[in-house]
Design a protein around this ligand. Structure first.
Ligand code: COA
Length: 187
């Protein structure tokens, strides 16, 4: 089912559909992006694999137990990354990636804030769990900057086999609302 479009200052987050396959593939199929992801993601990434993945693993579950948005800049067509929520993630309810050329501009932090709001306020999550490979500083920084609490380290398998440990994080609705009110007081 179609999922709601979310709007931030610079971005439009639209539910991923097959129409996004080309731009998704252009930015996603890059070892610097994929190596940080769960070992379930294939590498080398198969030709045409993004379209197949969108059709088989995203479209049928959109809005049921999973919400996958593509990040679009307001002024340019095409996805530059994606962010997703899943209800049943054992250790992880949220994932994200951004094309390498778009790193360092705050786009993912902006998307995360909107998606956290949606998770807690619209979808009724009481707690979100997150995970990242130990030493994936960019992913860890987003969690630190958006109120998540560090829980600990556990074994983990990633596309880059050099990563063997993952950091675990949690964020409750109460902590999120407190973080939001702290941020608005600082502004
Ligand atoms: C994880 C990932 C999305 C983070 O990307 P990112 O660009 O570092 O994150 P953001 O888009 O939130 O940008 C934050 C950076 O932009 C800077 N920035 C620039 N302008 C900014 C603005 N207007 N607002 C906020 N931050 C801004 C911040 O200072 C920060 O830079 P720093 O880390 O050098 O301090 C990206 O590295 C990625 O796709 N990695 C591969 C996949 C991956 O690891 N996924 C997560 C698996 S757990």
């Amino acid at each position: 089912m179609p999922i709601p479009t979310l709007v931030t200052e610079r971005l439009i987050l639209r539910g991923v559909t097959e129409a996004d396959a080309d731009s998704y593939e252009r930015h996603f199929v890059d070892y610097d992006v994929i190596r940080h992801l769960s070992a379930e993601v294939p590498w080398p990434y198969p030709t045409g694999g993004v379209r197949a993945f969108i059709c088989a693993a995203i479209v049928p579950v959109q809005g049921h137990d999973r919400w996958v948005w593509g990040l679009h800049r307001k002024d340019v067509d095409g996805v530059i990354g994606a962010i997703d929520l899943r209800r049943d993630g054992e250790r992880k309810n949220r994932g994200f990636w951004l094309g390498r050329e778009f790193w360092g501009r705050g786009y993912m932090t902006e998307a995360v804030i909107r998606v956290n709001d949606f998770a807690f306020n619209e979808l009724g999550f009481e707690r979100l769990l997150f995970a990242n490979a130990v030493s994936n500083e960019r992913s860890r920084n987003i969690k630190l900057k958006t109120g998540a609490r560090f829980i600990g380290v556990a074994p983990g398998k990633f596309v880059d086999a050099g990563y063997t440990q993952q950091e675990m994080w949690a964020l409750t609705k109460e902590q999120w609302l407190a973080w939001k009110s702290r941020i608005s007081e600082q502004r």
